[in-house]
Design a binder for this molecule. Structure first.
Ligand SMILES: Cc1ncc(COP(=O)(O)O)c(C=O)c1O
Length: 392
């Protein structure tokens, strides 16, 4: 994939890289076709493995190719593939690269769907999973066995926003000849560059910040070319491929990524700061706060922060649910990364599949609330939160 804008800065790449100017179109048009005429060139591409060849939209489409090029340009990745959801991307990495008898190390405070895949599905195929502390790379190292193939992390753990020292984790992966796979959904390439820090594969739920408008479900894997070549046939076999129209919306969303992210992050940091002194709140978790246990690591690994914020409401889950119902601007909905602010209690939504004791040990205690700050005016968001907290 030749990127004419590879030497340009992030914002320019996010607007221009990958965009296909077919018939002089300024944007990549929607190519809503399941299949393509088979030319000699396409037969040759098919015989050569079919990757990035327009044959059939489960393999790739004009719109998926445009998105993959853009994500690769933003992540500094050699190659990538697009998926119908973040979970399709995650399951394709884990089921595609691991076989019976293999072992993966992860942390328990990850996205609930990923936790469910690791604890309920992988063991059915004879793949073992150990849980360690993402804050402590040595605990990952201690969990490595002769069968370990993958160390799995999230750039910010979900929902307790623990920060992994990715460089230290990458050093461990390299020393043991293991793959380091990261889910970079919460920080995006604007906030964190995992490949530069030593990761082999980067996963996104493009449903979130990359899409940015809560109107699609999608996923992506980018990283080392040899690994993507290994994963491509798995994607074709498992079939979790995206529809061209969803890809069109994703590409459109990504063109404004570098304009949206500073507002998401600034809004989250400002609300975090104000909540720290609110009498209804017992604890606030955001990487911008000096009180965050991983503040120093965060300043090195992801200094721009995140638009995600977590806090604990006094009075437990009953009070937290009452608070959320009182909000007028911020929607009570699961998911994140859209232009509108969304709020949830992980215990009955995104992390419901994680057993209560595991959740509690990870810090998802009663009253725990997760917010995805949108790009609304921060004063309106604060008025909404402050009033609903005072009305509990
Ligand atoms: C960090 C993270 N990774 C992966 C996923 C799964 O993505 P999707 O819902 O697009 O399948 C989610 C969903 O919330 C998530 O928060």
């Amino acid at each position: 994939m030749a990127d004419d804008h590879a030497d340009k800065r992030f914002a320019t790449r996010s607007v221009h890289s990958g965009t296909q100017h077919i018939e002089g179109a300024v944007n990549t048009p929607i190519f809503q076709s399941s299949t393509y005429y088979l030319t000699d060139e396409r037969y040759a591409g098919w015989a050569d493995g079919a990757q990035h060849t327009l044959i059939y939209s489960r393999l790739s489409s004009v719109n998926s190719e445009a998105c993959v090029e853009k994500i690769c340009a933003l992540e500094g990745a050699e190659d990538g593939e697009l998926f119908a959801s973040g979970m399709a991307a995650i399951s394709t990495v884990l089921m595609g690269l691991l076989s019976k008898g293999d072992h993966v190390v992860a942390n328990p405070d990850i996205y609930g769907g990923t936790y469910g895949l690791m604890t309920q599905e992988l063991p059915r195929f004879g793949i073992d999973v150990s849980m360690a502390d993402v804050r402590d790379p040595q605990s990952y190292e201690a969990a490595i066995t002769p069968s370990t193939k993958i160390l799995y992390i999230e750039s910010l753990s979900n929902p307790v926003l623990k920060i992994c020292d990715i460089e230290a984790m990458a050093a461990i992966a390299r020393a043991h000849d293991l793959l380091l796979v990261i889910d970079n959904t919460f920080t995006t390439p604007w906030g964190c560059q995992p490949i530069e820090l030593g990761c082999d594969l980067v996963i996104h739920s493009t449903t979130k910040y990359l899409g940015g408008h809560s109107d699609i479900v999608g996923g992506a894997i980018v990283g080392r070319k040899d690994l993507i070549a290994e994963l491509f046939p798995k994607k074709v076999h498992f079939g979790g491929s995206p529809d061209p129209h969803a890809c069109y919306l994703l590409e459109r969303g990504m063109r404004t990524l570098s304009a949206r992210m500073p507002i998401h992050c600034a809004n989250a940091a400002e609300i975090a700061k104000r909540l720290e002194t609110h009498p209804q709140i017992s604890s606030v978790i955001h990487p911008s706060l000096a009180s965050h246990p991983d503040y120093e690591v965060g300043q090195r690994i992801m200094p721009k922060g995140t638009g995600m914020l977590a806090f604990i409401v006094n009075g437990g889950d009953v009070a937290a649910l009452r608070f959320m119902r009182g909000l007028k601007i911020i929607f009570e909905a699961t998911s994140l990364g859209g232009v509108e602010s969304l709020i949830e209690c992980p215990f009955n939504t995104s992390h419901m599949s994680i057993p209560e004791d595991v959740r509690m040990a990870a810090g998802v205690v009663p009253g725990f609330v997760r917010v995805s700050l949108g790009i609304e005016d921060v004063e309106d968001l604060w008025e909404d939160i402050n009033r609903a907290l005072n009305d509990i």
